[in-house]
Ligand binder design. Structure first.
Ligand code: FAD
Length: 524
């Protein structure tokens, strides 16, 4: 490599950010160029849209992230309005469905809720910031315990991990106490009811400044830092192709979406962290097609419900005065509806699920004021069980030789099916959700299974492993057969998971980035 090697990173989400930060901190000479297809929608770059207090500004930042469904802001994504047809419907705010139904839409009838975000910070500008650790068989089988502990702790540091966010909330504590009463005796030590670890910084008023890619980039965004002088982030830069020859990548073909001009950028190594569908798409478009590319797609299925907290049961644990203080604290920050977050983590063999319990003053949907549970002074919990998908080669995304998507890249078709194993675990989780709801209050929305793809946590499509036939990348995230092409993101996760995967993917990225720096410096 040359004296000041250039590492090009495709994608500016938390994983691209983890690569950039780790490479620059561990290599004194490397430079990093980060290329992002979407626009910058927040300041600092990549920061969470959830931190925006002004409702109109927040809505605008979300719309600008919605790719082909960007409405008035479509041109800001470099998508000419005529390139997509009307009649599309949108996914969760800030994201866009892959199978949006318009021209150039992906085909995903069995995975209809698959969605992405296209903006600086990626989905990490819109995420809920839950960062539980993977446990038991969720973890990587090829990294030993001591190294894993170090990697996951580093990832928690990068994301500003808080293990006890909202722990002072008396309502949150009462929710834990009621869940503990219902489930405590069945759960193993260390895996009982607890606060959900989240990424962000608690503020003096009791609210959270939620983490985004900016948090992970840290000093790279600080002009006073030497690291910033070796870092460049370009938005509205769509990478169309990875150029390569004889097992080495040589650079990237990039379209400037402002001017629609194409250019070639030479790079000493390339990191593709462009999400679990668009990363394999870019590899495939570039003629890089390992057998496992796009296959073994998993997510965790979500069985969800909303419950109005029971005034009598809550009142027995929280005084009226405490509730008043809590409501006053909440009133200080009406833009952020989450007031406490609890969970029951995955454990084996008897609890192969993750329960996430979000407390808020209002339900996450408009509730008819005439509804008997409307206006509940004790508030509501929106809670759901994550249920794992066991990896199968049959589930995955394939790419068309001749049909292009709205960006002009090979169009995607997603194939996905639940087997009897998943059906039975979903049924068991639904029973548990009914018990959790009965313990806490009354259902405003009964337990229901969300459509496939709703988790937004897509894994397995670029799995890391030790076998080049059943994985895309080696244990250090290098694409098999390439010495300087690295992949990152949830697509690397090869196991069956029930938890929010970003923390795990950051840990995997840290391992890969350190190995890359060692190769740059010649110590590996
Ligand atoms: P992304 O954040 O998706 O970023 C990829 C970026 O690559 C995008 O900005 C995209 O525009 C860009 N890109 C794609 N193709 C190209 C190209 N060809 N050229 C240039 N750029 C390209 N995870 C959790 O762990 N906990 C949670 O609580 C949680 N909650 C979520 C809630 C919501 C509403 C959403 C939307 C997501 C949530 N997630 C959560 C998922 C989490 O945001 C993702 O796991 C995380 O953002 C993945 O990071 P990434 O960098 O791999 O990909």
């Amino acid at each position: 490599m040359n004296d000041s090697p250039l590492i090009a990173i495709v994608g500016s989400g938390p994983i691209g950010a983890a690569f950039a930060r780790t490479i620059l901190e561990t290599s004194a000479t490397a430079r990093v160029l980060m290329l992002e297809a979407g626009p910058q929608v927040t300041t600092p770059a990549g920061s969470s849209v959830r931190n925006i207090a002004d409702a109109d500004e927040k809505a605008r930042a979300r719309e600008m992230s919605q790719g082909p469904q960007a409405g008035a802001f479509r041109e800001s994504l470099g998508i000419p309005a005529g390139a997509v047809v009307e009649g599309m419907f949108t996914a969760r705010q800030g994201t866009h469905l892959l199978d949006f139904g318009g021209e150039g839409s992906a085909h995903a009838p069995t995975f209809p809720a698959a969605a992405a975000a296209t903006n600086v910070g990626g989905q990490g500008a819109h995420w809920t910031c839950a960062i539980p650790r993977p446990a038991f068989s969720e973890k990587l089988p090829f990294v030993d315990e001591a190294e894993w502990e170090q990697l996951i702790s580093t990832a928690e540091g990068l994301l500003h991990h808080q293990s006890a966010a909202f722990a002072a909330s008396p309502v949150g504590a009462a929710i834990r106490s009621l869940l503990e009463g219902e489930f405590g005796a069945e759960l193993p030590d260390g895996y009982g009811v607890s606060t959900l670890p989240v990424a962000g910084d608690p503020q003096p008023d009791g609210s959270m400044l939620w983490a985004g890619a900016d948090t992970v980039l840290g000093p790279l965004l600080d002009e006073a830092s030497e690291l910033a002088s070796r870092f460049e982030l370009r938005d509205l830069s769509l990478v169309r192709r990875i150029t390569h020859a004889e097992g080495r990548v040589t650079g990237l073909e990039v379209e400037d979406l402002r001017t629609r001009t194409l250019s070639t950028i030479a790079a000493d190594a390339v990191v593709v962290a462009a999400d679990a569908f668009r990363s394999p798409q870019l590899l495939w478009a570039s003629g890089i097609r390992p057998a496992a590319l796009g296959r073994y797609l998993t997510e965790h299925h979500v069985v969800i419900s909303t419950v109005a907290l029971d005034p009598d049961r809550m009142g027995a644990l929280v005084t009226d005065a405490e509730l008043e203080v809590e409501l006053e604290r909440r009133a200080l920050n009406p833009a952020d509806p989450v007031a406490a977050v609890n969970r029951i983590p995955f454990s084996e063999p008897d609890h192969p699920f993750s329960l996430q319990v979000m407390y808020a003053e209002n339900p996450p949907f408009p509730l008819d004021p005439a509804h008997p549970l409307a206006g509940n002074r004790w508030g509501y919990v929106n809670m759901g069980y994550g249920v794992r998908k066991h990896p199968r080669v049959d589930d995955g995304v394939s790419f068309s030789e001749d049909e292009l998507d709205y960006r002009g890249l090979p169009n995607m078709t997603i194939e996905y099916a639940l087997t009897e194993v998943e059906e039975s675990e979903i049924a068991a989780a639904t029973e548990r959700l009914k018990r959790a709801g009965a313990a806490l209050g009354s259902f405003v929305a009964e337990p229901r299974l969300l459509p496939n793809g709703s988790s937004l946590h897509y894994m397995g499509t670029m799995r890391a492993g030790v076998d080049s036939e059943t994985s895309v990348a080696d244990p250090y995230s290098r694409v098999w057969g390439f010495e300087n092409l690295i992949v990152g993101g949830n697509g690397l996760i090869p196991t069956a998971n029930t938890m929010n995967p970003t923390l795990m993917s950051v840990a995997i990225a840290v391992r890969a980035a350190r190995a890359l720096s060692e190769r740059i410096s010649g110590t590996r």
